[in-house]
Ligand binder design. Structure first.
Ligand code: NBX
Length: 848
């Protein structure tokens, strides 16, 4: 790379503010090069130019952030807080440029300085503080809240290391994990607030005052400092700029001077090590709860700092504490922040001296709880001894919420009121209980979240139904149906259409004949495309955009893996966390089936086959010997990589079928893959995928779905029509029966699906290498088969044949693609956030 790229003359002109292209922007970029970056003019590479541009954009964000926060303080509206341990933000620069409406100005200004915006955008590292769907949802919701001018703040942790970087070992296809040091370079998108700090206590003693009040003092133990870092969240087409406050942990005292003087250096820095460890790394296990002490520390550290911050803000209003819930709504993103319920009780009862009953009323009017999965292994439980050790006062409060006749009026006595409603039903009582009997006893965080919240919701219609019928049926009976609801997930069309697919966005704007900023804020407007479905010129342009995006992906893969891809083939994509329930195994076994089929054809017959390129990407939770399950997921990656190696090298078939596992899946990689997809796979066992959100992203970009009748797939089909979705497989009510059958009257794979048996035997035979390493994976399919691959395989293959058939009629396919995209209005996260704002939080927008 050669630099400087610009010429001296244009830089000097920029400094004097006399360039023709956006003089103020050019001047501010050059200024940042000279001052903030301390580099001589035009002595920078692409990364330096990225930093300078980012700092210049950040100046604008700060101004808007300040006016927004000032207005919130002036108007004191009710606020909502989104508590999430994960915010999967991806890159910020292009989003900030779009939302501020200065994309073109920066582009031309940068090019006058000798840089291309495209090259500069890719310099930014993803902020990857999340595992998958739950974390990305939080990011989309922040974008929509700001866009709708709602006073919503996010609270999370500033992990030093985000989700691990995934490397795939070239020789055997195993996954390696490397740390993600995303903060190694200065992060221009955060504002350190070194003056906004709170002390958070761990361990110590809880001393009850007297049984009459329920109050206690908690003292001793370890105190850790929480330091605030603010990330600015600009709305689209508005000056409103919200805040995402991330906490960093640090030791309260740098080191223990006494130990230091006594000559014990190691001891003296010990406390500083353990304090910093709290926010050092994001836990990479989604859908599993491990019961690790450090994870519990993260959860308490974060909820305690966030609540202290909210309380300080509330006190500025000088309102009685009894009105807390009229000014604050707190959304719990899954059970991870459930301790906030207990912490608010502690603050109210112990520090604000609110009587227990009044405190409980405030708490249960403040919190809202969203569940994101019905998988039992994801339901968080914390052992009573661990809680007693780390958070002794909180354990007391939890037991008091359950039952403490001496201090609590009957209305808020959970156990007593349950007993009254269901007299003598001991089993129901034990299911409803916050405490699970056993050795050790465990606190059920989901039950606590339900009891302590005003309302509870799932994330798609089917999921919310399962939450009520399978997860919390006794709570539904106890509280009544009205406490439980549904908010179907959504995605932001700014990032997931306009930014990742600018050509499609431009075509839509031109076709609808309305301004981009209108339909991007009211996605139902896309329905206007339906009037053009039969216009052959429009069809051709729509198809050309898809092709262009496929070429872009092909180029990316060629650069990364050195293999050429035919962009005229059908692009088939499955990108998501590796998980047994998501059934990447079903997909790879289907690919092998297709390979064997093509291989068995005569060369002449092969020419009739629909050409296909299959893409996989996704991270597997690092292998852990404790859990059998997680060791199988890296094995699935190995199988995919090794099958790819064989079939991509097979000259008989490789013009018709090729396969890629793209390493290190990320938000930024999704932004390249999604616009390039013809068909994507959402093939979870029915009833297991709560919603899915990438399904919405693919459809918005004109990709079709092959999927099970699960999660939001169902609502997508309701919108676009079932003839535009390739459904297959057993339905949710069948799944339980099938599992029962697998256990008690198993039918051999050979009988259930000869095609699958053949595929399994081929893998066993070793043609994909591996010396029998795949046997554990194959055996879970042959025996037990909890996720019912054997029952769904034939129907899956048939669905893929339907896809081939439909793709062969290219005009019909394009029509399907247009219709699908046109009907995505419902899945804008703007709609989802409106649901939360109106039906849950009861907050209103604030105009600047
Ligand atoms: O949340 C996901 C669901 O699986 C998706 O169906 C849904 O669309 C998405 C948004 O609602 N859940 C999810 O991503 N869970 C986690 O990431 C997770 C992380 C840590 C953990 C448990 C679950 N301990």
């Amino acid at each position: 790379e050669k630099w400087p790229k610009g010429d001296e003359k244009s830089w000097k002109a920029a400094l004097r503010g006399v360039t023709t292209e956006s003089p103020e922007i050019s001047k501010s970029i050059v200024n940042h090069v000279q001052t903030s970056l301390a580099r001589a003019p035009y002595n920078i590479d692409d990364f330096g130019a990225y930093q300078a541009a980012a700092l210049s954009v950040r100046d604008n964000l700060i101004v808007n952030w300040n006016s927004t926060q000032l207005e919130y303080s002036r108007k004191s509206p009710k606020r909502a807080y989104y508590l999430s341990l994960e915010f999967l933000m991806g890159r910020t620069l292009s989003n900030a440029l779009l939302n501020l409406g200065v994309l073109d100005n920066y582009s031309s200004s940068l090019s006058s300085l000798g840089f291309s915006l495209e090259d500069i955008l890719v310099q930014e590292r993803d902020a990857a503080l999340g595992n998958g769907g739950l974390g990305r949802l939080a990011a989309c919701y922040l974008d929509s809240s700001a866009t709708q001018e709602l006073p919503v703040w996010g609270y999370g942790l500033r992990y030093k290391y985000g989700i691990f970087q995934q490397l795939i070992k070239a020789d055997d296809g195993t996954q390696l994990e490397a740390p993600d040091p995303w903060l190694d370079h200065q992060n221009p998108w955060e504002l350190p607030r070194l003056d906004v700090t709170y002390e958070v206590r761990f361990y110590g003693n809880a001393q009850r005052w007297d049984e009459g009040t329920g109050r206690a003092t908690w003292s001793g133990g370890q105190e850790v400092l929480a330091v605030a870092y603010d990330v600015m969240i600009p709305g689209y087409g508005t000056k409103n700029t919200n805040n995402l406050r991330l906490w960093e942990s640090k030791p309260k005292r740098g080191f223990d001077l006494q130990s230091f003087n006594a000559g014990n250096y190691e001891r003296s820095v010990e406390s500083s090590n353990s304090a910093a460890a709290i926010t050092s790394v994001l836990y990479p296990n989604d859908h599993t709860s491990f019961g690790k002490e450090l994870r519990l520390k993260q959860q308490y550290f974060w909820t305690a700092a966030s609540l202290a911050d909210m309380l300080r803000r509330f006190k500025h209003l000088e309102k009685p504490i009894s009105q807390f819930a009229e000014y604050n709504a707190i959304q719990l993103n899954d059970t991870h922040p459930t301790l906030a319920i207990v912490e608010l009780m502690r603050i109210l009862v112990d520090e604000e001296e609110v009587p227990w009953d009044g405190a409980w009323t405030i708490v249960t009017n403040t919190f809202f709880f969203t569940n994101h999965t019905v998988l039992p292994e994801a339901l968080e439980k914390w052992s009573v001894p661990l809680l007693e050790h780390l958070l002794p006062r909180h354990l007391q409060i939890i037991f008091d919420i359950v039952s403490h006749p001496a201090i609590i009026r009957e209305s808020s006595l959970f156990l007593q009121s349950v007993e009254k409603k269901f007299p003598g039903d001991r089993e129901k009582l034990s299911r409803l209980s916050l405490i699970e009997e056993g050795f050790p006893k465990q606190v059920r965080m989901a039950n606590l979240a339900v009891v302590g919240s005003r309302r509870v919701n799932g994330v798609a219609e089917l999921h919310s139904d399962l939450v009520q019928k399978n997860l919390f049926p006794d709570f539904v009976e106890f509280y009544g149906k009205s406490k439980f609801g549904n908010v179907t997930n959504g995605i932001t069309p700014r990032r997931w259409l306009d930014q990742c697919n600018p050509s499609l966005s431009a075509l839509i704007t031109e076709t609808l004949k309305i301004e981009r900023n209108v339909w991007l804020k009211d996605l139902y407007k896309l329905e206007g495309l339906l009037a053009h479905v039969n216009d052959s010129e429009f069809q051709a342009r729509w198809a050309a955009v898809k092709h262009q995006n496929k070429e872009r992906l092909a180029l990316f893969v060629e650069r990364q893996l050195g293999i050429k891809i035919d962009a005229s083939a059908l692009f088939d994509v499955q990108i998501k966390r590796l998980h047994e329930y998501k059934r990447q195994t079903l997909n790879i076994l289907g690919v092998i089936h297709r390979y064997l089929l093509i291989k068995s054809l005569k060369p002449e017959e092969r020419k009739k086959v629909v050409k296909k390129v299959v893409f996989f990407a996704g991270k597997a939770a690092p292998a852990c010997t404790l859990f059998k399950m997680s060791t199988l997921l890296p094995l699935t990656i190995r199988l995919i990589v090794n099958v790819a190696r064989v079939i991509n090298a097979d000259p008989d078939t490789n013009q018709y079928l090729s396969l890629f596992f793209l390493p290190d899946y990320s938000v930024s990689l999704a932004e390249i893959l999604i616009p390039a997809s013809d068909i994507s796979q959402h093939i979870s066992t029915a009833g297991t995928e709560a919603s899915g959100t990438s399904n919405m992203k693919f459809c918005l970009n004109g990709g079709l779905l092959v999927g099970t009748v699960d999660g939001a797939n169902i609502e997508i089909a309701e919108e676009v029509g079932e003839d535009n979705v390739f459904f297959f497989g057993h339905l949710t009510p069948d799944v339980e029966d099938l599992r029962y059958q697998h256990t008690y009257h198993p039918i051999p794979v050979e009988e259930k699906s000869p095609a699958l048996a053949h595929v399994l035997n081929t893998v066993s035979s070793g043609i994909f290498g591996g010396d029998g390493v795949y046997e554990p994976l194959l055996n879970t399919v042959r025996q037990g088969d909890f996720y019912i691959l054997t029952d769904d395989f034939d129907s899956y293959i048939r669905a893929l044949e339907m896809v081939d058939e439909a793709y062969s009629d290219r005009t019909e396919w394009i029509k399907k693609s247009i219709r699908t995209s046109a009907k995505m209005g419902k899945f804008s996260s703007d709609r989802a956030i409106q649901d939360y704002a109106q039906e849950y939080w009861n907050i209103e927008s604030v105009k600047l």
